[in-house]
Design a protein around this ligand. Structure first.
Ligand SMILES: [Zn+2]
Length: 216
């Protein structure tokens, strides 16, 4: 549950993936399949994620929460749709990161989500010019999914960036399945975060060396 205080906003979600779609995939911490820690438990959490990730504004988030209270069953269905989208994009990008071919069904899922998202693109007034915005109908409970689907499509179709998508080095230890875009010039980023998995790996290497060096 989220507690928002005035002043310093308290963040619930980690946004170290470098792209909205990867941050969304990373709303499961730990290792999928063996030790997952789910951070998205409800439609309200989905709205909170969108807000923190900058995919929705405060006013839109308020409208979505109110709309979800009015239509709880539809909100629940949208939440299930969000989880299905998240897992399809997770499987797709983790496959690419590991040099494997993503599944056809997952690509079809992303393709469908992309076309639904793009159908909500609108030309909006922006200062004295125009910008690409989104249909702002308050009835659209799935609005938080549109920019996520678009972000996944942009990443998938961007050759250079797609080659930089990595899964955390702790994936091989079955401890972390977080994805990120490696922005380092030398393409050497190995960990979702140096604070967490990076330090854990370093400590382990240190202990292994100490054992080898120690008396039998
Ligand atoms: Zn990690």
């Amino acid at each position: 549950m989220t507690t928002r205080t005035t002043g310093e906003p308290q963040r619930v979600f980690d946004l170290s993936g470098g792209r909205l779609c990867l941050d969304f995939a990373n709303t499961v911490a730990g290792m999928r399949g063996t030790s997952p820690r789910e951070h998205l438990g409800s439609y309200a959490d989905l709205v909170e994620f969108a807000l923190e990730a900058g995919a929705a504004g405060e006013a839109q988030a308020r409208r979505l929460r109110a709309e979800a209270r009015r239509r709880p069953r539809e909100a629940e269905a949208t939440f299930a749709e969000a989880i299905a989208l998240r897992e399809a994009l997770y499987r797709t990008f983790v496959a690419r990161a590991r040099g494997e071919e993503p599944g056809r069904a997952d690509l079809d899922h992303l393709s469908g989500a992309t076309s639904r998202a793009l159908a909500h693109r609108r030309l909006v007034r922006d200062g004295d010019g125009y910008a690409l915005g989104w249909d702002d109908s308050p009835a659209a409970l799935d609005a938080p999914l549109w920019p996520i689907a678009e972000s996944a499509a942009a990443l998938l179709t961007s050759r250079d960036e797609l080659e930089r998508v990595r899964v955390c080095g702790m994936f091989d230890e079955a401890e972390c399945s977080w994805l990120f875009v490696d922005q380092t010039r030398a393409r050497t980023r190995r960990w979702c975060s140096m604070k967490d998995c990076g330090n854990r790996a370093k400590a382990r290497r240190h202990h292994a060396r100490a054992r080898e060096a120690g008396p039998g």
